[in-house]
Structures are given as C-alpha cells and as structure tokens.
Design a protein. Structure first.
Length: 418
C-alpha cells in the first residue's frame, strides 16, 4: 500500500519539450537487437576491432603516465592539450587546409563538436538545411534544438548547388550541415566543383557551413577532394569536424573542431558548460601515439582491409537482394546505399533478415520529410570477407533468393546507382 505521504504528493514537473519531442535512434536499437552472438551485422558503422593498434595505444598510455601521471590525471584546459592540438593542426595542414594549433578545439568525439556548434548557433525555430538523407544523430541534435530542418535536393553525388541557393534565398537558414566525403548513410562524395559552388552560395547568401568529416581519411580509390572549408568563400564561415574514432579507436572519444575564432570561442564556452574539458589522459595518450607511430601507415592498413570488405559486399549484393535492386560503389568510407525494387520495403526485409541472424539499417530514419521505404544502408567494415559472404547468404534467404550465387561472379549490377 502507498504511504500517506505518497498519496498526498504531487507529481514532479514535466520533462522539457525537447526531451519529449526527441525520438530515440532506431540504429542504436537495431545494434542492441543484433548484439547477440552469431549475428552478422551490416547495420552499425563500427570500425573493425581487430584492426585497432592495441599495443601501440597501450604503449601511448604508458608513456603518458610515465611523462607525468599528475598531469595525465588532472583537470586540463577546455581548448585541449597543446600537443594534441598541434598534432591535429599539422594533419589538417598536410591535407591542404592551413591550420594552427590555436584554430583547434579538442572535443569528446566529433559528436560533441556537433552539439557545441548547434548550441552556439541554433535557436528554436531557426531553419537549418541538411542533405537528404543524412546522418541520423544530426537530425536528433537539430530536433532537440527546436530547429526547422529543411532538406536540400540531392542526386547520387550529393547537394545540388542551384537548389541550395533557391532554398537559402527562400528560407534564410542559419547553416547547412554536410558530410561531403563518403557520406553517412549513402557513401557518396560531393565533387570538388560542387563544393566550390556550395562555398560561394554560403558566402553570397550569408550561411554557416557545418562540415562533418569522420570518414575522409578512409579513401580506397580515386583522387582526394579538398574540404569545403578549403574553398574560397568558406574560410570565415565553416566549422570543420574531425574524429580519431574511425582511424584510431572510437572508445577514446576524441574529436576536434576547427572553426573561425569567434565561433570557436563561443564553442569553448559551451563546452565549459557541458564537460569542462575532454579526458586529459586520453588526449595525452593520443598525442604520444601520434609522435611514436606513423598514423598514416596504420590508416593504409585499415584502408586495404576495408577495400577488400567493400568489394566482397558489392560482389554478392546482386544475388542477395531482390532482383531489380540497385546500389552505389563508394570510393571509401564505411557504407553502401541500396534501393529495393518497387513493391518492396526495407523494414519488412529487416524483420525477415533478423530472424536469419543478419541485419542492416533501413534507410527511412535518415530522411527529413517523406522517406523512401525501399532504401537501406549496409556497412562493410566490421566483418571479414568470409563473414560477409555468410551474411549475404542469410540475406538472400531472407529476400527469398537462392544463396548459390552470392560469391558474386558476373554481377554487373554492382556498378548501378540507386
């Protein structure tokens, strides 16, 4: 029986409207569902754990403690450890974007950098423009901020600059959010000419650019494309987000933000309110690692493994998905984007797939507005080519296809665009 005090008590106040309105991540829910042993998952954008340089990172932590355990375990400045900021700046400069240590803010994963920029720039009712489809956590973050999220028309290469200019003129948004290189979820890359055009639209119309680049160093083929931030017109209005999650280890939760001085200072204040600073010991270990190890050599190993896994997935999709499906061929990153033929639904296929211990992510949650229910995202990084073959056999069974041709001989459809 409830106590007399409990019977007389009033309920606590309601949650904030942004907490009630924000939906959970279907992707995270699928990952939880597929965590049981034996499931082959094409769902999560997870780096391959067997490729982590565990010994090198362990030595880096030892070095951080040996250099000064007191410093490693102490509070540090909000902006980040100077040696890690210098290392990030040097890597950005080497990739064609002149950057100094003072231009960099170290964050707790690039996801925090995204949240800091949103908190700094976006007020309830502000319009923000996104690619469609786009990164799901971005939609969640903008939704919690109370933004009006407006999709810009895209094709298989990304944003259409003329359509962007028309929307910016009409809606007067605060910012454009873009993942221009090996985009999540589609894997597509925005060509250099379009990046230049987007930068000019932003400069002409007065628009912030939020450029997210977690996958750019994972290129398997094709020429490098300069960051949006490197194009004329974008210099004073681009917040560039980077991460060590995909090239070092996601458990470190280390990201970085490069932004114009005034925006970066505002982000520092927002970070002070969020977590004071990113873990000191993790920052110092990462800095030691970058001094002791040639990260580019490690990344080359990761690229080679991921290229082989991408090719294994592409080779078998023709036999695994329903006849008439189409998909792209990303030049890097972690994802292939596919579309089922008319009359099919990716969520229904997922239900059948999970019953056969294989999973992917339906494309619908990544859309703003009306989704395309036939789309799906497949990640190829987590499993070996052999495991990918088994997963494709299971997916073929879920789709009602024969698994005998999954090995992928003579499947020209691997080059078709969705």
């Amino acid at each position: 029986m409830p106590s007399e005090a409990a019977l007389l008590a009033s309920p606590p106040p309601a949650f904030a409207a942004r907490a009630v309105a924000a939906a959970g991540s279907p992707v995270r829910e699928i990952l939880a569902l597929t965590a049981r042993p034996g499931v082959i998952s094409f769902a999560g954008g997870l780096p391959a754990p067997e490729l982590f340089d565990a010994e090198g990172l362990r030595a880096a932590y030892d070095a951080a403690f040996a250099a000064s355990a007191r410093r490693a375990l102490q509070y540090s400045t909000t902006e980040g450890a100077p040696e890690l900021r210098e290392a990030v700046a040097a890597r950005a400069t080497a990739r064609g974007l002149e950057t100094g240590a003072d231009d960099v803010l170290i964050t707790t994963g690039s996801q925090q950098a995204f949240a800091l920029i949103t908190a700094t720039l976006v007020e309830p009712g502000d319009a923000v423009i996104v690619e469609n489809p786009t990164y799901l956590a971005a939609l969640q973050c903008f939704g919690q901020a109370g933004a009006r999220v407006i999709p810009v028309p895209c094709d298989e290469q990304g944003v259409l600059p003329d359509a962007l200019e028309e929307i910016v003129a009409r809606e007067r948004p605060k910012l454009l959010y873009s993942v221009p290189t090996f985009q999540n979820p589609t894997g597509r890359t925005l060509p250099g000419a379009r990046r230049a055009a987007v930068a000019q639209v932003a400069a002409r119309r007065g628009l912030w650019l939020l450029e997210d680049d977690p996958y750019g160093e994972l290129r398997f083929e094709g020429a490098e494309v300069p960051w949006l931030a490197a194009h004329p017109g974008a210099e004073d209005r681009t917040a560039l987000l980077g991460s060590f999650s995909k090239v070092m280890a996601p458990g470190l939760r280390l990201g970085w933000l490069r932004a114009p001085a005034a925006l970066r200072r505002a982000a520092v204040v927002a970070k002070q309110a969020a977590d004071l600073h990113t873990s000191t010991v993790d920052q110092l270990a990462a800095a030691h690692y970058l001094r002791a190890v040639d990260l580019d050599v490690h990344i080359a190993t990761v690229r080679a493994a991921y290229r082989e896994r991408r090719d294994a997935l592409l080779a078998g999709l023709g036999a695994a998905l329903p006849a008439g499906s189409a998909w792209n061929r990303p030049e890097g990153g972690m994802f292939v984007w596919a579309r089922l033929p008319e009359g099919h639904d990716a969520t229904a296929l997922l239900t059948a797939a999970i019953s056969r211990d294989v999973a992917f992510v339906p494309g619908a949650p990544f859309y703003t507005g009306t989704p395309d229910p036939r789309t799906l995202r497949l990640s190829f990084t987590t499993h070996t080519p052999q495991e990918i073959g088994v997963g494709l056999e299971r997916l073929a069974a879920a789709a009602g296809r024969s698994g005998s041709a999954v090995a992928g001989r003579g499947l020209p459809s691997a080059d078709r665009k969705p």
